[in-house]
Design a binder for this molecule. Structure first.
Ligand code: ADP
Ligand code: HMS
Length: 582
């Protein structure tokens, strides 16, 4: 495992005050607006106290979190108590090129710059000051996938994202050799897939990374990875907080890798737990983030994390027995375990919190992508009448309309599979809407079926975790863009899982905010504060958090269960569609 390049400073460029002196606010996150480059939307968000906020920013005490999500790169600036000071975002989309879901690394850099520039503009507008220094920052991103580099740091093949489902043989071989589930999207599955396919570049691989790790390296010069993100490359040993040595040996013992000229240990970035030193923003890094040259180097950098880890932080779900759900392009539910699950079930992934504790995850490739396209279509139809509805308002109206339908959506089924769905064993994406004979197309049940479909694969996986494996979870804390409209997707999810679901004001922007909070923890650590992550969150960030919790509705839960039974029974139709519709 490598951690090369630049030496690391241990203190931020601008000294930050102790966390207890921070400019606090009663509720940590006061900005319910989507992160956006738009001045109009930023203006509508409740602002933090202008004097104090401007002072926090101009004195270099603010913390920056960046998250590269599947549809948006988000940047959030907070004070040490977690109050949102400013935000910015840049929209982007994965593309299917030569059968591979990918993003260009040039788009990664320009997208991060655009999100940062939008945030800096938001700072100017809201606080009439310039962002020139940060106490700390951190990068989070979609996890897993395949970023392979040669010895000169050149990318060897286009980024293969988590969404690709081409690694079946490799994933099966690894799951058998390791005696635990190694999902299709994990980096080691992609690596073995490239080996099994005899891909030319394999002999030239010098290191692997995740997207967050790659951006962190660009900003800090250090090749390290938060342990949560690392746990999606290769299994982690929860006791040592390192990659699992026994499984590294098992990998090296595979016939398929006998001939490769590297040892996997040398390819993987070094895992770090939250609070461990992960470098500082270099001069090159500052110039990359802010090409205007206004931003100074030196800020403490937190270990880069995956969006699962930042989701756990954003929902204060890092202690054993806590559960959380992240729902956007994909969806994943996670429960922090008291001990490793003695199971190799393919529905369940085992990952780690940013502090290194074991987590059971139910992941689905598809959640909101197809729903977005349907709602976009309805928006286009509305536009033909001359109506001008903004996207958030369109979502609010249509989500709310879904509440008028019965939970079983009158039997209307939606398979939202834009891409293959490993959770339900569907190889390739063929989005489908189907209904029984005699059932008409009516708006409310159609919309309810869309929301049911968004959570269907997740609900199927959670049946396995909660019912078959007996994992206990009293409440799920949810975040992600689908919860931006209050109370609708939240109720559908509670009905789908049969568990109360809580959301906070920050629900729509959880990941970037969670990463900024991790940066605050890293700064506190760099200043000699030894608080463990869970205590930092409980005492300094979440003490006053206001949550809204919705319990499953008995009719809603029974209706969703009926709907899901029909959905699962008809899955062979969806699989067949993949074979027949080419
Ligand atoms: N106002 C809204 N109401 C409900 N859902 C919304 C709203 N705005 C966005 N969304 C949903 O949020 C999703 C994006 O969620 P996000 O967590 O940002 O995902 P990702 O990280 O995958 O880009 C969109 O695909 C959309 O379905
Ligand atoms: O695979 C995982 C988590 O295991 C995610 O990183 C991946 O689904 C991408 O998530 P987003 O939908 O971009 O939030």
């Amino acid at each position: 495992m490598t951690d090369p390049v630049h030496p690391m400073a241990t203190s931020p460029a601008v000294p930050a005050p102790a966390v207890s002196e921070a400019a606090g606010h009663p509720v940590p996150v006061t900005d319910p607006a989507p992160v956006t480059a738009s001045a109009t939307e930023a203006d509508t968000a409740p602002a933090a106290d202008p004097t104090t906020a401007a002072e926090v920013i101009s004195s270099g005490r603010a913390l920056l979190g960046i998250e590269l999500g599947s549809t948006r790169i988000k940047a959030v600036l907070i004070d040490p108590a977690g109050t949102v000071l400013a935000s910015g975002a840049h929209a982007w989309e994965n593309r299917l090129i030569d059968g591979i879901w990918t993003y260009g690394l040039d788009e990664v850099v320009s997208g991060v710059q655009a999100a940062y520039a939008a945030l800096a503009e938001d700072v100017r507008e809201r606080h009439a000051t310039e962002l020139t220094a940060l106490a700390g920052l951190g990068v989070s991103a979609m996890m897993h996938g395949y970023l392979a580099f040669d010895a000169d740091g050149e990318l060897l093949v286009p980024f293969r994202t988590w969404r690709n489902t081409t690694t079946g043989s490799a994933s099966a071989m690894l799951s058998e050799a390791f005696g635990r589930n190694i999902p299709l999207r994990w980096s080691v599955s992609h690596l073995l897939h490239a080996v099994l396919e005899g891909e030319e570049h394999v002999a030239r691989i010098a290191h692997l990374n995740t997207l967050a790790g790659h951006v962190h390296e660009l900003l800090s010069g250090r090749r390290v990875l938060g342990i949560g993100d690392a746990s999606g490359m290769f299994p982690i040993d929860a006791a040592t907080h390192e990659y699992d040595e026994r499984l590294l040996d098992a990998f090296a013992g595979l016939d398929a890798v006998r001939e490769v000229p590297w040892d996997l240990r040398e390819l993987l970035p070094r895992p770090l737990v939250a609070g461990e030193a992960a470098g500082t923003l270099t001069a090159d890094g500052a110039a990359l983030l802010d090409p205007t040259g206004a931003l100074r180097p030196g800020a403490v950098m937190a270990p880069p994390e995956g969006d699962a880890g930042t989701g756990m932080v954003a929902t204060n779900s890092v202690r054993p027995r806590t559960g959380n759900v992240s729902a956007g392009t994909s969806a994943f539910a996670m429960v922090v375990l008291e001990s490793d699950l003695p199971t190799a079930r393919e529905e369940i992934d085992l990952v780690a919190t940013p502090a290194g504790d074991a987590v059971a995850m139910i992941h689905t490739n598809n959640c909101t992508g197809d729903l977005d396209q349907w709602l976009g279509l309805l928006g286009e139809a509305a536009a033909l009448t001359g109506a001008q509805v903004d996207r958030d308002e369109l979502f609010r109206l249509l989500f709310t309309a879904a509440l008028d339908a019965p939970a079983d959506a009158d039997g209307l089924l939606v398979y939202n599979y834009l891409s293959g769905e490993h959770q339900t064993g569907v190889a390739t994406g063929r989005p489908m809407v189907v209904r029984p004979e005699g059932v008409g197309l009516v708006l409310a049940p159609f919309l309810r079926a869309q929301l049911n479909g968004a959570f269907a694969a997740l609900a199927a996986g959670m049946r396995v975790l909660l019912r078959d494996e007996g994992v206990v979870c009293d409440e799920m804390f949810a975040h992600g863009g689908i919860f931006t409209t209050r109370g609708v997707a939240q109720q559908v999810l509670a009905d789908a899982l049969g568990v109360p679901v809580a959301v906070a004001e920050s629900a729509g922007e959880g990941g970037a905010w969670g990463m900024a909070v991790l940066a605050g923890h890293a700064v506190a650590r760099a200043q000699g504060d030894g608080a463990a992550l869970a205590d930092h969150l409980a005492q300094r960030i979440f003490a006053d958090l206001e949550l809204t919790t919705l319990a499953p509705d008995s009719e809603g839960q029974a209706g969703y269960a009926r709907w899901l039974d029909r959905y699962l029974a008809a899955l062979p139709v969806e699989r067949l569609a993949g074979e027949l519709i080419v």
